[in-house]
Design a protein around this ligand. Structure first.
Ligand code: FES
Length: 509
């Protein structure tokens, strides 16, 4: 696999590298099965595993290497506490919907716990209390309002005024019985079980399109081959196939950051997140018999920042201000997708097709939502009842005032970015680029994107995004080209890292 040069390194994905995760073949001929699952992150792997357990024939396709995508760049908290969310949910969707959301996420957590027990997988799973805390008066009030929502919904939690953190807080709301784990230790073991149950995995097999005819659905691969099935599940984070769903107008991508620190202090149990902005999220993970502190936070719309490295620096400063740091051995960033009404889209891709399914839009809460999504998708595919079908239906009505205003705001932002990118004058001369630097340059009298690698070689690209034509921007933290419109990302050679784009950027040299 080609390594993308980057300023970031995820603790989770390094485990896969260290253990030299098994590689699976590329799809080099047509194949068929009952169910095709596209995308080997938490939703794809759990869906494939669960369907195989239910006796179904499944092929799992991954565009790159398995487990290197979004699931490898999380904070890996499995919790139904999603910051301050339940009061907002009650206001927007009503008490019953808020209760169902909590229950779906708790069921997702319990489903993961059950699998880990049944398969006897060592994945650093531990039960933890989740805390959302306030350090300002403004958010102190919000914490109290959130706790009232907990009381209404019967959520197991408490209102607190102290936490074992190295800075004072005004208040906090806790949620008991939550958990943390190492997601890739779990998923890599589940892939082994999946294959033992007869499942087939093809990696480095990007899907470019989906076709439908009387024989079923066909995932069309970049190399021209097709993998056919009665059902297809799209678990690619951003739904790359977007003909009828218009998902690109209903999802907006956000990037956020995580640093991992070895510190001298004894770290307390618990998973913490600030209600105040900028967000600060803290948890520890096992690290060679010691503890590694994970501090997450900061966020911005993908492709809409001039200095991505500054967010990592801000997290390192926060960590050093409150802990005695020996080292920052890892730091990475994540991309999350947020829907118009902040509830995920899980279910039938469109109301006119009951064989094509998707799950996306988990905001920053992909572990519990992802597990809930896998259960729901498997129930839909195998015609079993599931209480959360309507809550998460991608075809649900989002016509309330707040969703409509989010739709207008986000799409106006896309239109603004589309124009801004075309007129932006910031262009360097090619010889101004130092090794490992990228940016917009003048090339043959026109604007282009260039990256100079460590050896001095240049890769010059047309920076027109192959999704809908916005101008991609250089991301200094990840060394990638990111699109400010719908969040597609491309590596330094122009290859797609994240959709919705499926075509590479055009090379100019
Ligand atoms: Fe839509 Fe780039 S991701 S235009």
């Amino acid at each position: 696999m080609k390594k993308i040069p980057t300023n970031s390194k995820s603790y989770w994905t390094e485990y896969v590298d260290r253990k030299e995760a098994p590689s699976y073949p590329q799809a080099v001929k047509d194949d068929e099965t009952e169910i095709v699952v596209i995308g080997a992150g938490i939703v794809g792997v759990l869906s494939a595993y669960e369907l195989a357990k239910r006796g179904r024939k499944v092929i799992l396709l991954e565009a790159d290497r398995i487990l290197y995508g979004t699931t490898g760049h999380t904070t890996a908290k499995i919790t139904a506490q999603h910051g301050l969310f339940y009061d907002e949910l009650i206001q927007k969707h009503g008490e019953e919907a808020a209760r169902l959301y909590y229950e779906a996420n708790m069921n997702g957590l319990n489903y993961l716990r059950q699998i880990i027990e049944d398969e006897a997988i060592d994945c650093d799973f531990s039960e933890q209390t989740a805390y959302t805390y306030a350090v300002t008066d403004e958010y102190d009030e919000k914490i109290k309002t959130e706790f009232k929502a907990y009381e209404k919904l019967g959520i197991d939690g408490e209102l607190l005024t102290e936490l074992p953190l190295p800075f004072p807080i005004k208040s906090a709301v806790s949620m008991n019985g939550q958990a943390q784990f190492h997601p890739l230790k779990l998923l890599s073991n589940l892939l082994v079980s999946f294959v033992q149950m007869g499942g087939v995995i093809y990696e480095q097999s990007p899907v470019k399109d989906i076709k439908e005819d009387e024989s079923g659905l066909h995932a069309i691969l970049e190399n021209g081959h097709q993998i056919s099935g009665k059902n297809i599940i799209i678990a690619t984070h951003y739904p790359f196939y977007d003909i009828k769903g218009l998902y690109f107008s209903r999802l907006h991508p956000i990037r956020s950051y995580i640093v991992a620190a070895t510190v001298e202090e004894e770290l307390p149990d618990g998973m913490y997140i600030s209600a105040d902005k900028p967000t600060r999220s803290l948890r520890y993970t096992e690290y060679d018999g010691k503890k590694l502190l994970l501090v997450g936070g900061e966020s911005h719309k993908t492709g809409q920042s001039d200095d991505e490295l500054s967010y990592l620096t801000a997290l390192q400063t926060f960590t050093s201000d409150h802990f005695t740091v020996s080292d920052f051995p890892y730091r990475w960033s994540a991309q999350d997708l947020v829907t118009l009404d902040k509830l995920p889209y899980i279910g039938q891709y469109s109301s006119s097709n009951d064989c094509l399914f998707l799950a996306t839009g988990f905001a920053k809460w992909g572990m519990s939502n992802g597990a809930a999504a896998a259960r729901l998708l498997c129930d839909l595919v195998t015609n079993q009842e599931n209480p959360y079908v309507e809550l998460f239906s991608p075809s649900r009505s989002e016509t309330n005032l707040q969703s409509a205003s989010t739709f207008v705001k986000e799409n106006a932002n896309v239109a603004k970015e589309m124009i801004k990118g075309k007129v932006s004058p910031d262009q360097l001369e090619l010889d101004e680029l130092k090794p490992n630097e990228g940016g917009h340059v003048k090339f043959k009298g026109k604007r282009a994107g260039a990256y100079r690698d460590e050896d001095g070689s240049l890769c010059i690209l047309d920076t027109t995004c192959t999704h809908l034509g916005c101008e991609v921007r250089w991301n200094s933290a990840e060394r990638s080209w990111d699109c400010p419109c719908h969040g597609s990302r491309f590596d330094t050679t122009g290859e797609v890292i994240e959709g919705p784009a499926v075509e590479s950027l055009k090379k100019l040299n």
